[in-house]
Design a protein around this ligand. Structure first.
Ligand code: PRP
Length: 205
C-alpha cells in the first residue's frame, strides 16, 4: 500500500486525473472525505503547503507538490518525477510602471514564500521586512502594506487585474512527485513501478 499526499486547489483535479489514467482506475474524493482508498493506493487530500510535511514525517510515502513549496520548506525529500503540471514562476511583483529601487536601505515584501524571499534579497545585500501572508498577496502593495510582493505568476492575470506587474523571476516551478526517504528505501519496487506508469502517461499527454 502506498499513501500519497495530493494538493488541494487548482491542480487537484489534474493530479488525480494523471493517477487515474496511469493506474487505470477512477480516483475521486467523496465530498468532504480527506482519505481516498482504492486497491493498493491511499490518497490524502492535503493543503499544498502541508504536502512536504506529511511526506517528510512519514504521514505519506509520496507527495505531489510544487517546486516552490519544496524550496520554501527546505525539507529533505527525494524528487522522483516532474509531473509537468502547474508550470509557473515565482516573481517580484510591483505596482505597474514602478521600477524596483535596489538602492533603498530596506524594503517591505509581502509573500507566502518567506524563506525564498528572504534568501533572494539577502543575496542582493538588501535589508527586508518580510510580511507573511497566506493568500491574496497582490493586495498588499495596493493598500500600502508592502513595497512589493514575491508571488506565483501563472497566467499573469491576477497581477494584471490588480494593477501590478512582474519584475525579476526568482525561480521557475512545476509540480513534482516526491518521496519520503525511508519509504523509498522500504517500498522502492512499488514506488518505481508507480513512477514508470506516471512517466509513461506524462510522455504521451
Ligand atoms: C496564486 C498566486 C497568485 C495567483 C497567480 O494564488 O498566489 O495570486 O495564483 O495566478 P495567475 O498568474 O494565473 O493569475 P492562488 O490562486 O493559489 O490563491 P491564494 O491567493 O489564495 O494563494
Amino acid at each position: 500500500m502506498l499513501t500519497i499526499a495530493l494538493p488541494k486547489g487548482r491542480i487537484a483535479k489534474e493530479t488525480l486525473d494523471i493517477f487515474s489514467a496511469s493506474l487505470g482506475q477512477n480516483f475521486v474524493f467523496d465530498d468532504r472525505k480527506l482519505i481516498l482508498e482504492k486497491g493498493d493506493f491511499r490518497f490524502l487530500d492535503v493543503r499544498n503547503q502541508d504536502v512536504p510535511t506529511y511526506v517528510k514525517y512519514g504521514g505519506a510515502d509520496l507527495g505531489v507538490v510544487g517546486l516552490d513549496v519544496l524550496e520554501e520548506k527546505q525539507l529533505k525529500l527525494i524528487k522522483l518525477l516532474d509531473l509537468k503540471l502547474g508550470a509557473c514562476k515565482l516573481c517580484i511583483g510591483l505596482k505597474a510602471g514602478q521600477k524596483f529601487d535596489w538602492t533603498k536601505s530596506k524594503i517591505k515584501v509581502a509573500t507566502k514564500h518567506e524563506n525564498i524571499a528572504k534568501r533572494f534579497f539577502e543575496k542582493k545585500a538588501m535589508a527586508v521586512d518580510i510580511i507573511k501572508l497566506y493568500g491574496s498577496i497582490e493586495l498588499a502593495p495596493l493598500v500600502g502594506l508592502s513595497d512589493c510582493i514575491v508571488d506565483i505568476v501563472q497566467t499573469g492575470d491576477t497581477m494584471k487585474q490588480n494593477g501590478l506587474e512582474a519584475g525579476d523571476t526568482i525561480m521557475q516551478s512545476s509540480v513534482f512527485l516526491v518521496a519520503n526517504k525511508n519509504s523509498y528505501y522500504i517500498k522502492k519496487d512499488e514506488i518505481l513501478a508507480l513512477r514508470a506508469k506516471l512517466r509513461k502517461n506524462i510522455e504521451i499527454s
